[in-house]
Design a protein around this ligand. Structure first.
Ligand SMILES: Cc1cc2nc3c(=O)[nH]c(=O)nc-3n(C[C@H](O)[C@H](O)[C@H](O)COP(=O)(O)OP(=O)(O)OC[C@H]3O[C@@H](n4cnc5c(N)ncnc54)[C@H](O)[C@@H]3O)c2cc1C
Length: 420
């Protein structure tokens, strides 16, 4: 079993893990032994979060565990080692002719890390990536191995676990027959058209993303349609926005070669649903991110509230993305209980300036019950978070039951969720 003395930095490079040990177990017995003996511990995913959510005095990376991807055709599920990245999982799914219901903007993230923070893609009928979880294997802080499946008590609390409940060692996800997707980009949508036709625009494809830098008009609308399953958007006009004639990057002026193919060319689901291609730098690579999700009934008012801050936002922004996420029942999901809209910010790497703007943004968005994305930068502390999550008391009880010695409690959890 290898052990590093330092865990280095997160993907964005804005956070250096304080952990003094990074364990790399290769068997479940080693995972149990490490966890039982660690006073404070967390599992580290692919390090794509922008804050200290994954940090502790000891960290465990599960990448050296056997991958063991197994598709159960009768149950329509796939099970695998939780450290697997979506890009790696997709290769195994393609070989079996099956697919997931959705993906985030990038395939580079670990499935366990994505699920723990309720990471999402877009689509009015698509739940976040955690909603595909059908079962979990978890090692608790006293070394017990627990297997839970959808429908069992507390399952809805376990899935979006914020890394606070134990080490997820295996995940089972729902799969469906593989499908093809076409992706088209429309440019120059007016704000008036977006507000007047918000629901129509966000549901004109299986997954729709609106990119803007809060200027005079909206920069781009990315429409991903499932081939054959639903009416496809074939016109070259989307409420006045014009179909792009070449591939685009969501950030104006950046080279589109790290983006998935567009121009309506059909291709496998996993080569179209993420915006960025595996093996290439996702997004701009030199950035910070924040995101807020709020009930869809506030869409237009909340977007207007952000637009009113355009002069403060624009100098430190690379691009914003507006997406939709369907409601779910996962206690700590940002889409718990209601269909949501997500407003995302890809910032320039200027942390202090970003933190200043976040205070203003959160004060403007508070009246829309906006929940910050757990894995990105936000200002809200536990007192502001608590009223947004009605199942939070149940989650705290679950954490106390599974982790009575508080080994998985870290400073992020205390500051942002528990409030101690
Ligand atoms: C370029 C970029 C694009 C992004 N795009 C999107 C997007 O489209 N949509 C979106 O919603 N988010 C997006 N994100 C955010 C990202 O999906 C989340 O931050 C996610 O948590 C990253 O997963 P990770 O494996 O890197 O987790 P980490 O940052 O390593 O860890 C996150 C949390 O998961 C826990 N964890 C990880 N593995 C385990 C395990 N096996 N058992 C228990 N706990 C575990 C950690 O302890 C920690 O609490 C993006 C981030 C980047 C950098």
């Amino acid at each position: 079993m290898i052990r590093d003395r330092s865990a280095g930095k997160n993907w964005a490079g804005n956070y250096t893990y304080r952990a003094r040990k990074l364990h790399r177990p290769s068997t479940i017995e080693q995972v149990q032994e490490i966890i039982v003996n660690a006073p404070r511990v967390r599992i580290l995913g692919s390090r794509h979060s922008f804050n200290d959510i994954a940090d502790s005095s000891e960290l465990v990376a599960l990448e050296d565990m056997p991958k063991d991807v197994s598709v159960d055709r009768a149950a329509n599920t796939v099970s695998f080692n939780a450290a697997l990245k979506y890009g790696e999982l997709v290769a195994a799914l393609n070989a079996e002719g099956v697919a997931l219901h959705n993906l985030a903007s990038l395939p580079h993230i670990s499935v366990a890390g994505a699920v723990a923070t309720a990471t999402h893609g877009s689509g009015v009928t698509n739940g976040n990536l955690a909603t595909a979880v059908a079962g979990l294997e978890l090692v608790t802080s006293c070394g017990e191995i627990i297997n839970v499946s959808r429908g069992e008590p507390d399952f809805d609390g376990l899935v979006v676990g914020l890394g606070a409940l134990g080490a997820i060692t295996r995940i089972t996800l729902d799969v469906e027959p593989a499908y093809e997707v076409r992706q088209r980009v429309f440019e120059g949508l007016s704000w008036e058209a977006l507000f007047e036709h918000f629901d129509e625009i966000m549901s004109c494809g299986y997954s729709v993303s609106v990119f803007t830098h809060w200027g005079e008009a909206i920069d781009q609308v990315w429409v991903k349609s499932r081939v054959g399953d639903e009416p496809e958007l074939v016109e070259d006009d989307l409420f006045g926005a014009v179909a792009a004639a070449v591939d685009r990057h969501p950030i104006l002026g950046l080279d589109a070669s790290n983006c998935t193919p567009q121009l309506g060319k059909p291709g496998p689901w996993a080569d179209r649903l993420p915006h960025f291609r595996m093996g290439f730098t996702p997004s701009s690579g030199d950035e910070l991110q924040s995101e807020y999700l709020f009930p869809r009934r506030y869409s237009v008012e909340a977007i207007e509230a952000v637009r009113a801050l355009a002069d403060e936002i624009r100098p430190i922004l690379q691009v914003s993305e507006i997406r939709t996420v369907a409601a779910d029942r996962l206690w700590m999901s940002m889409s718990y209980g209601e269909d949501t809209v997500a407003i995302h910010f890809t910032w320039k790497p200027e942390q202090e300036a970003v933190e200043d703007v976040l205070v203003q943004l959160e004060s403007s968005l508070a009246r829309f019950e906006a929940r910050p994305h757990w894995g990105k930068l936000f200002d809200a502390k536990a007192a502001a978070i608590a009223p947004l999550y009605e199942r939070l008391p149940d989650f705290v009880r679950l954490a106390e039951r599974l982790d009575p010695r508080g080994a998985f409690r870290n400073s992020w959890l205390k500051t942002r969720v528990l409030g101690e």
